[in-house]
Design a protein around this ligand. Structure first.
Ligand code: CP
Length: 323
């Protein structure tokens, strides 16, 4: 994010949510606590609220999504807002309309919040600089750079399973170089104070040395998983890798796939995370993905709760600015 742009308002409250980089740990904790209140037991009716009554939330996703898009829509509806899903690939953008003209058009229809996923770095902040004062912009995933609500839902899942962050060893495995999930997890977990972050990946999937400050890099998965409390698996982001680059899935699975045998090297109570979508048999075996240590489906449930918390927080901040 450019240093002259802030995603906070003058009261220090959320105005937009574009990145977790530099976001105060206290604000993150507030969002995690608020999200906890939106959760329910399986089979119960999900909590609802009127925090966004009369608002309109628009999802503008220029890259594929199941979890993020659906959960933002459900979060908006459960808080009483209208939800609009614009299929960007079927919108007038393909006829040459610019992103800003698209935003101004929807703003004229009284959209209050834009949730944007885009492959172009910087575009979400660019939109945030141009919306009207009362309008907020949330990143639903920006290129390989940032996926803030994913970082928060991952932190919430770890907090629920481990009771906090202190003393935890977290191992992130796979295509970290192209992963916005890993970057946002790093921002969140560093701010919330885990003991150690380990990265393990083949050379071509490791991030540049200047990134992931404080993390310890491994080449061997067997070493990186020793005594880990949390194992976060990532898929290979083929959409961000040159078509000529090939990875043999069987070879990859052998070296960087999470199997039950490999998981046994972690702490016995370690949890297994994956942001989805999964490629079973490549980065993770079905035995582990569906096994007792997997919290992958809980991550999905937490995703709705975190997105409700972010939307409710934006609404509260707006009410304070314009009572
Ligand atoms: N984790 C995540 O961003 O999933 P989707 O691409 O399905 O939204």
């Amino acid at each position: 994010m450019n240093p002259d742009f802030s995603q906070l308002d003058l009261n220090g409250r959320l105005r937009h949510l574009i990145t977790l980089d530099g976001l105060d740990a206290a604000l993150m904790r507030e969002l995690l606590n608020r999200a906890q209140g939106y959760l329910c037991l399986p089979g119960q009716l999900p909590p609802r609220g009127g925090d966004l009554c009369g608002w309109t939330v628009a999802n503008l996703f220029a890259e594929p999504s199941t979890r993020t898009r659906a959960s933002f829509e459900l979060a908006a509806l459960r808080l009483g807002a209208d939800a609009l899903n614009l299929d960007v690939m079927l919108s007038s953008r393909v006829k040459g309309e610019s992103i800003l003209d698209t935003i101004y058009t929807l703003q004229a229809m009284q959209v209050d919040v834009f949730v944007i996923r885009d492959a172009e770095p910087g575009i979400i902040e660019f939109v945030a600089r141009h919306v009207e004062d009362h309008v907020s912009v949330i990143s639903g995933g920006e290129a390989h750079l940032s996926h803030p609500t994913q970082g928060l839902l991952d932190a919430l899942t770890i907090q629920q399973s481990k009771g906090g962050f202190r003393d935890l060893i977290v191992t992130i495995v796979g295509d970290i170089r192209h992963s916005r999930v890993a970057r946002s997890a790093h921002c969140a977990l560093r701010a919330l104070g885990i003991a150690e972050l380990r990265l393990v990946a083949p050379e071509e999937m490791m991030p540049d040395r200047g990134e992931f400050a404080g993390a310890v890099r491994y080449r061997s998965f067997d070493e990186a998983i020793e005594r880990a409390d949390v194992v976060m698996m990532l898929r290979i982001q083929r959409e961000r890798i040159a078509e000529t680059a090939t990875t043999d899935p069987r070879n990859y699975h052998e070296q960087y796939g999470l199997t039950a045998a490999r998981l046994a090297r972690a702490r016995p109570e370690a949890i297994v995370m994956h942001p989805g979508p999964m490629n079973r048999g490549v980065e993770i075996s079905s035995e582990v993905a569906d096994g007792p240590q997997s919290v992958i489906r809980r991550q999905v449930s937490n995703g709705v709760a975190i997105r409700m918390a972010v939307l409710a927080q934006l609404a509260e901040a707006r009410r304070r600015r314009t009572p």
